[in-house]
Design a protein around this ligand. Structure first.
Ligand SMILES: Cc1cc2nc3c(=O)[nH]c(=O)nc-3n(C[C@H](O)[C@H](O)[C@H](O)COP(=O)(O)O)c2cc1C
Length: 207
């Protein structure tokens, strides 16, 4: 130990201790609420916070899916994306937080989480998976890459945004931006139950 600094070596720790440290450090994380559909037409909805934007043009996002917690098998979202290479990513706002966690339960493949959480759906414009009518933003995406994460069960799913749907009240046409503060997205911290809301806003100009 150096003075007041603790050091941890992941290979000397037991799973899931490194996960807990990492997710409390890389925080707050945005949440992708992802809608997919199986080849047989069963809809699926689940949240993922290993999520970010990775390119601006063409607009591209990634999220990372691990194996299920209690079964050594891939999650329904990944299975669906392999069958139907399309998905919708939604923003989770404060009002939808409770519904979002209900869709994180590891249900069996046939279960439709939209029904379980009582969520209103509408058809997408360019792709097959449904989208949430009440989410402030929905992005219709086409799968571009599946990237296995070395040494982990995770697979990174990369997709190109084909269409943005934004509720009018949140769009700022003069800037071409969404009003993120008004949208009230929730983000995830470490541990199983900690989330945060948007904090204080300030401006900073690059020199
Ligand atoms: C806020 C939140 C974020 C999550 N992030 C991830 C993630 O990034 N990767 C992952 O594999 N699971 C994540 N999970 C767990 C999945 O949502 C959960 O395993 C879900 O049941 C997967 O559903 P599926 O089998 O229908 O795809 C998260 C759960 C919550 C509540």
């Amino acid at each position: 130990m150096e003075n007041d600094i603790l050091s941890f070596v992941p290979s000397e720790m037991t799973d899931p201790a490194p996960y807990h440290l990492l997710t409390s450090i890389v925080a707050p994380r945005p949440i992708a609420w992802v809608s997919t559909i199986s080849a047989a037409g069963v809809p699926n909805l689940a949240p993922f916070s290993f999520y970010n934007a990775v390119a601006g043009f063409p607009p591209t996002i990634m999220f990372s899916v691990s194996y299920r917690r209690r079964e050594p098998r891939e999650k329904d979202t990944l299975r669906n994306v392999k069958e139907v290479d399309e998905f919708v990513v939604h923003v989770v706002d404060e009002a939808m937080a409770e519904a979002m966690v209900q869709t994180a339960v590891e249900f069996s493949y046939e279960v439709d989480e939209f029904q379980i959480a009582g969520l209103k759906t509408i058809t997408s414009h360019d792709i097959r998976p449904l989208r949430l009518a009440d989410a402030p933003v929905a992005m219709e995406c086409k799968l571009t890459q599946l990237v296995p994460v070395e040494g982990a069960t995770n697979v990174m799913i990369l997709g190109r945004v084909l269409r943005f749907h934004i509720h009018t009240e949140f769009y700022r046409p003069e800037l071409g931006l969404v009003d993120t503060v008004r949208m009230k997205p929730i983000t995830r911290l470490g541990g199983a139950v900690e989330y945060t809301k948007i904090g204080e806003l300030f401006s900073l100009e690059a020199p």
